[in-house]
Design a protein around this ligand. Structure first.
Ligand SMILES: Cc1cc2nc3c(=O)[nH]c(=O)nc-3n(C[C@H](O)[C@H](O)[C@H](O)COP(=O)(O)O)c2cc1C
Length: 136
């Protein structure tokens, strides 16, 4: 059974860019290994992450993530079983979005799915837009 989790959190890091880079590399490496697709958006000290994959893999990953001291105030906003992955074909499965260009690309991709009337995509695009607009 496939599952999607989406959460938002506040970064705890007044950390050096190197540490932030290490975090992204660690997430990418683990997710590739665990067959987890999704996105991690960092914007003005906040994270929005979507994880999708087999139920046990997603739950295990999420359990590790919520214990991580590098962020706090974690709010789970989506937690559902699903039949399809949204991000499997997007940038090899797991993407870290840091720049506005990368966000525009993601936005275009979600819009494309939205036009195909994809229910979760509709929800995600609203959340991602609000996240970028209101955070910070
Ligand atoms: C905002 C944020 C997002 C993270 N995203 C992931 C992720 O997608 N996948 C992952 O395995 N670890 C992620 N981590 C790191 C985990 O919390 C944990 O440190 C890591 O999975 C442990 O990996 P290791 O057992 O290989 O050391 C994230 C951490 C933070 C703070």
């Amino acid at each position: 059974m496939l599952k999607t989790i989406c959460y938002m959190s506040d970064s705890n890091q007044q950390e050096a860019p190197k540490n932030v880079k290490d975090l992204y590399a660690q997430a990418k490496k683990n997710n590739l290994k665990n067959n987890i697709s999704g996105i991690l958006i960092y914007h003005k000290g906040n994270y929005l992450q979507v994880l999708e994959g087999h139920e046990e893999d997603v739950d295990k990953t999420y359990e590790r993530i919520i214990k991580d001291k590098r962020h706090k105030n974690i709010i789970k906003v989506i937690n559902i079983n699903t039949e399809t992955r949204i991000f499997a074909d997007y940038n090899f499965g797991f993407t870290v979005v840091r720049s506005s260009n990368e966000f525009i690309e993601l936005h275009d991709y979600l819009n494309w799915l939205k036009n195909a009337n994809h229910k979760i995509a509709n929800k995600l695009i609203i959340m991602a837009e609000n996240f970028i607009r209101t955070v910070g």
